[in-house]
Design a protein around this ligand. Sequence first.
Ligand code: ADP
Length: 336
Amino acid sequence: MIEVTGLTKRYGKKTAVDNLTFTVRRGEIVGFLGPNGAGKSTTMNMLTGYIAPTVGTVYINGYNLMDAPEQAKESVGYLPEIPPLYMDMTVNEYLNFVFGIKKCKFPRREHLNEVCEVVRISHVRHRMIRNLSKGYRQRVGLAQALINDPKILILDEPTVGLDPKEIVEIRNLIQKLGQTRTVILSSHVLSEIQSVCERVIIVNEGHLVADALTEDLARSAAANSRYAVRIAAPQDQVVPVLSAIPGMLKVELQGSMEPGTVDVMIEADKDVDIRRALFEECAKRGWYILVITPVGVSLEDIFLKLVDPSSIRPEGEPLTLDQATPEESAKEDDAQ
Ligand code: ADP
């Protein structure tokens, strides 16, 4: 449905988007993930024909966006990062205005009623846009994207600046819209992509660094089991003794938070319940396990690994999931 090949955008010497190639199939909900400045908005703007690529092609529904822009754009609804709203219009005036611009062929009244119903703004149609909350403005932004019933929705950071309740509502709405449409959603929040998208494309500094099913990324994150453990034991013996337990992959000394104890982070093969062997080994030596806490690995860990500039990878080659081994430390969740 969307085919992007070698998409590149340069601003003078700055390459904002560098040689992106990916396809999005009919009905997919794809997350476009990357830190601020990664090139997400630039890509969205090229996918929707707002700006022209320096190099590369975009095909939408079989139409080349450069050669046949009208046909290509017909099936796309776009919600830019800053929704193109006119604050001095009422919701009704604005949606009628967009209806006209899009040269929408559907019966006007029914179509606008339906769109307002879907995004639940029917009760604010007579209000000025400037008087609406951010969440409602975003719904109006979604409404304008839905006019003309596009089969593809491109949403750029649709929940930025919203409060937590609004975020949940907009995410639910996107999921609902995604049941009958292809959706590309950009975000710098991993949990958003996790909760909404089946597939995730990760970009950093204009490069594609991963393209995978969200589920596979999550599974790869849980590849091994990890625990934070506090043991009352002699510090110098803990690492060698625990490292010798069958199935143990890694033992890292974290320090000592209580006198006479040692904190370690252990990582074991997921097929082994390392807790039993750990208990036996400690009991045998008269050591006490005071704390054992499972440490989950989030997509954040993988993401940080993928975009870590110090990650060693061949020049220009995207990281594969196999290389995306989880980082040791639990990283701060940047989700809301
Ligand atoms: P994101 O949406 O992921 O935050 P952007 O696509 O907005 O990233 O920006 C990618 C990079 O391109 C940034 O370094 C940004 O400063 C640069 N950039 C974006 N638009 C322009 C422009 N019109 N002129 C010059 N540089 C730009």
